[in-house]
Design a protein around this ligand. Structure first.
Ligand code: 6PG
Length: 241
């Protein structure tokens, strides 16, 4: 079972995770830290807290990547990179050389191939899979994670490192890492907040019948998984009742 850490609010979830990230930063004489960021809205508070409290942090041995990216330009409000750049990477002075974004503004299949090559170049490889030290994931109301949605479950077992995905409602093209990259991480941290996720989260964590239809359920039960939850998202879990 994963480790569940529940906090009163979105803010306290973000503060708790920021502390975890800061404590994970290696000393100068240790190997660099490779962090895979999630997208969507949940990480925004984390970025704001980093910019508020950790502007003086030395980020020279921390590298940032994305678990998925919308196929848009960096200045599009949908860009996961653009949000992180504006809220965190620029305010905290993260070196350009440590920022490894998906080139969302080019043709999706080409973006996926280029990003796959980038991951192979910069992230330590274990059994031909890039091994992130810290994998941050969100979960959608439909149980998706990264950009692996319930209508594209084949992306979980893809032989590739990156694939092109499509959002089920908007049909927006996305580049996503695949299941083997997620599973290969040293540590997976799910940040899940809000009442809208409570029902799906409880079905997944309680391994309800048919919960395997939710992509997130395929990444929860290894020994290196921690959920950072607010009380709203955890409200259907046994401990909360
Ligand atoms: C994305 C994300 C996606 C996200 C979930 C949760 O690009 O949208 O990577 O997997 O983490 O959809 O999104 P919220 O944090 O907005 O609820």
């Amino acid at each position: 079972m994963p480790t569940l850490q529940t906090y009163p609010s979105v803010d306290s979830v973000a503060e708790a995770f920021v502390n975890h990230l800061i404590q994970s930063i290696p000393r100068a004489d240790e190997p660099d830290l490779h962090v895979c960021l999630s997208g969507g809205s949940t990480p925004k508070r984390m970025f704001e807290i980093l910019a508020r409290d950790h502007r003086d942090q030395n980020w020279s041995n921390v590298h940032f990547y994305w678990g998925d990216e919308r196929c848009v330009a960096p200045d599009d409000s949908e860009s996961n990179f653009g949000v992180a750049r504006d809220l965190f990477l620029v305010p905290c002075g993260v070196p350009e050389k440590n920022i490894h974004r998906v080139i969302g503004e080019i043709e999706p299949a080409q973006a996926a191939r280029q990003y796959e090559a980038k991951l192979k170049e910069h992230v330590p490889m274990v059994n031909d899979v890039p091994q992130f030290d810290l994998m941050i994931l969100g979960m959608g109301d439909d149980g998706h994670t990264a950009s692996i949605f319930p209508h594209q479950m084949e992306l979980i077992e893809s032989e590739r490192i990156c694939e092109v995905a499509t959002h089920p409602q908007s049909q927006q093209n996305r580049v996503t890492i695949t299941g083997k990259v997620i599973r290969g991480a040293k540590q997976i941290c799910f940040l899940v907040t809000g009442a809208a996720k409570a029902e799906v989260l409880s079905q997944i964590l309680e391994q309800a019948d048919n919960a395997r239809r939710f992509p997130t359920s395929h990444f929860c039960f290894a020994g290196n998984v921690v959920f950072f939850l607010d009380q709203a998202a955890a409200s259907n879990l046994p401990a909360s009742k």
